[in-house]
Design a protein around this ligand. Structure first.
Ligand code: MN
Length: 305
């Protein structure tokens, strides 16, 4: 395959110490289907599943619940909406338990069994942004995408860090207009490109604002407005993003803002049913309910009618 020859070259050209194999050369431990018992598990089917901010490679990732979620569902299309592998954390120190391998394996397996998997890198895995347009292991890498729902709505799918600066300076925007807005989008990329060349981690406004909890609510709503504004500019019906670790479905006029949440602070996903309805699944909450129901079941039987 052509990609086999191209990939190592590309990796070297960008001076990265990472190298990808072509689909056929992925290590066997990643692609083997040895857990046949899992194939008998009952899976809920969705048209599309959106997940982001897994932060694999950090202790914060809830890999066990995530793996359970992946193994309990199937879908036509799986969107990985950024911050999947935390490249910045891995640079500081290698942390990669077996459960994180299992998550990667589960995703590759879905791709192998016919799910279209689209990976849209975020700021923590921005190194992958150099490879957008390419495909490996059956996974397509894209900067952003337009997802068309079953009921024909067009949704911009993007991680969301691109709008950090816009959120920060949003009060100026009312005065400066669209040119300033475009410029701000570019400057966020430039600033972080420079930081990256100096080996500095991405400066995350989201993380910064969370440390200042009092302003977090205002920050979240400003982020949501900025993304909805971007969707309106693109003349699409809505936007699907991640980045701020806060799952939400919210209307802004004609635009619907969807955030699929995260697998660090919460364990959430955005799912689309066959008729085009989108909703948020809180997998941690569902687990808690299952456990409670299981415990309460005998007590309910004992109550007289
Ligand atoms: Mn992010």
């Amino acid at each position: 395959m052509a990609s086999q020859a191209v990939f190592p070259q590309v990796a070297r050209a960008h001076g990265h110490d990472i190298s990808f194999g072509a689909p056929a050369t992925l290590p066997r431990w990643l692609t083997d289907d040895d857990d046949t018992s899992e194939s008998e598990r009952r899976r809920t089917r969705y048209r599309t599943i959106f997940i982001s901010d897994l932060h694999l490679g950090t202790a914060g990732c809830n890999a066990t619940l995530l793996l359970d979620f992946l193994k309990s569902h199937e879908c036509d299309t799986l969107y990985l909406v950024g911050d999947i592998v935390d490249g910045w954390a891995l640079r500081r120190g290698w942390f990669w338990p077996q459960s994180h391998n299992d998550v990667v394996r589960a995703i590759l397996k879905m791709a192998k069994h016919g799910t279209r998997v689209i990976y849209i890198p975020g700021n923590h895995d921005e190194h992958f942004r150099d490879y957008t347009g390419l495909e490996f292991g059956g996974i397509e890498l894209l900067d952003e995408d337009i997802h068309v729902t079953a009921d024909g709505r067009r949704l911009l799918v993007i991680h969301g860090d691109q709008f950090d600066n816009v959120v920060l300076y949003q009060r100026w925007l009312a005065f400066l207009g669209d040119h300033a807005y475009t410029l701000l989008l570019k400057s966020n990329r430039s600033v972080n490109w420079v930081r990256r060349r100096f080996g500095l981690p991405y400066w995350s406004l989201a993380a910064h604002m969370k440390r200042r909890v009092k302003n977090a609510v205002a920050f979240i709503s400003r982020f949501e407005e900025a993304l909805a504004h971007a969707a309106a500019e693109r003349h699409v019906d809505g936007v699907v993003c991640g980045h701020i670790h806060c799952a939400e479905i919210r209307r802004f006029g004609d635009i619907t803002y969807y955030n699929d949440g995260d697998w660090v602070e919460s364990c959430t996903a955005l799912v689309e049913t066959a008729d085009g309805t989108l909703s948020i699944i809180d997998w941690a909450e569902q687990h808690r309910e299952q456990t409670v129901t299981a415990r309460r079941a005998p007590a309910i039987v004992a109550v007289p009618a």
